[in-house]
Design a protein around this ligand. Structure first.
Ligand code: PMP
Length: 362
């Protein structure tokens, strides 16, 4: 029967996520393990989101609101666009799959940065689409002319990830404007802004501004990062309502559960938790920069909650030696960067512990 499995699936490598803490505790017999591998918010979930879940527990026997009406309405008010421009997914991972299922026919192409988030290629491959990878330039900087050149008559989606995972680099406003003016108007430009809420750079291109101006842009955001709800799986895209109405056809009716919806609404409005999360990230970033500099290691300045750093040693071995010390990070080998690691910015004590372990290993 295996011969009937779709051809596109034979070479498909499943996504390997950051190692869970429980796995490391079990495998290495360690109690005290810290995880700086999946770009989670180390502050923990918003107390308001936790309270909203508690209050919603009595509704577990009901199906969730399949139209996600309240969440969309709150997001619409928050971002200044209309409710019919939102498509909410079980994490933005699911939204990426929906976008490819909507636009990519077998043999058609998506254009993606390299290195970048692996789900774009995964979702396109499942649809038997091709993935054209555009290398980032020196310092992992975007050059959007390279992306414009990669577009062919077969291109359906250009995925831009800004700030980019795993590099932390971002697209500048004036560059995006030039790019959108230049490319054919029937191409959808998806800007994955999973880390948008961490950005500090004043010249960062806000995809939403371009969408509001009428460009064919779909912005993607998530509640997994700054809003600290990774476990609940809530991500979304904002696009022209005509596009959303088609993407909505591939969505299953109850894809976002009730607890996730109420928690997302509460987290969106928890200003105290948001401010604390930003401050912890900003201060942790400076502490890690300082630590890398004192070790003489090159790092890429980041607009996110993680940092890509060149350790100068084999990252696979470094990953293992940090693991033995109870510190989980991301091995750059996964992104084709065999001396680099990606480390999520943690709490002050986590950053210190990571730096101490790193110092012993490089
Ligand atoms: N896009 C990017 C760039 C990411 O880094 C991640 C999470 N690693 C996602 C999307 C997926 O986020 P979610 O938890 O919303 O599926």
């Amino acid at each position: 029967i295996v011969k009937h499995v779709r051809a596109s699936l034979h070479d498909l490598k499943p996504y390997i996520p950051g190692k869970p803490i429980a796995d490391v505790q079990r495998e290495l017999g360690l109690d005290d393990v810290i995880k700086l591998a999946s770009n989670e918010n180390p502050v923990g979930p918003s107390p308001k989101a936790q309270a909203a879940i508690q209050a919603a527990l009595t509704d577990l026997h009901r199906y969730p609101d399949g139209g996600q009406v309240v969440l969309k309405s709150e997001l619409a008010k928050h971002l200044g666009v209309s409710e019919d421009m939102f498509l909410i997914g079980n994490g933005s991972d699911e939204v990426i799959s929906f976008l490819c299922a909507t636009f990519v026919e077998p043999g058609e192409e998506i254009v993606v940065p390299s290195p970048s988030f692996s789900e774009y290629k995964f979702a396109s491959t499942v649809m038997a689409g091709k993935t054209v990878e555009v290398p980032l330039r020196e310092g992992f900087e975007y050059n959007l002319d390279d992306f414009a050149e990669a577009i062919t008559e077969h291109t359906r989606i250009v995925f831009l990830c800004s700030p980019n995972n795993p590099t932390g680099t971002y697209i500048r406003h004036s560059d995006l404007e030039k790019f959108l003016e230049k490319i054919p108007s029937d191409i959808l430009v998806v800007i994955d802004e999973a880390y948008n809420e961490y950005v500090e750079a004043p010249d960062y291109a806000q995809g939403l501004e371009f969408l509001k101006q009428g460009y064919n842009v779909a912005v993607m955001r998530t509640f997994s990062k700054l809003y600290a709800l990774a476990s609940l799986r809530v991500g979304y895209t904002i696009a022209k309502s005509e596009i959303v109405s088609f993407v909505n056809r591939v969505r299953e009716p109850f894809n976002v559960n009730h607890l996730a919806q109420v928690a997302a609404i509460a987290a969106l409005h928890d200003e105290e938790h948001i401010a604390l999360s930003r401050r912890v990230n900003s201060e942790g970033k400076q502490a890690l920069y300082k630590g890398f500099s004192s070790l003489g290691l090159r790092y890429i300045p980041t607009e996110t909650n993680f940092i890509l750093v060149d350790t100068g040693v084999n990252s696979k071995e470094l990953f293992q030696s940090l693991l033995k010390k109870g510190v989980i990070i991301r091995d750059g080998g996964f992104f084709g960067l065999p001396t680099w690691i990606r480390v999520s910015i943690g709490l002050p004590e986590e950053n210190e512990r990571f730096l101490a372990a790193l110092k012993e290993s490089v």
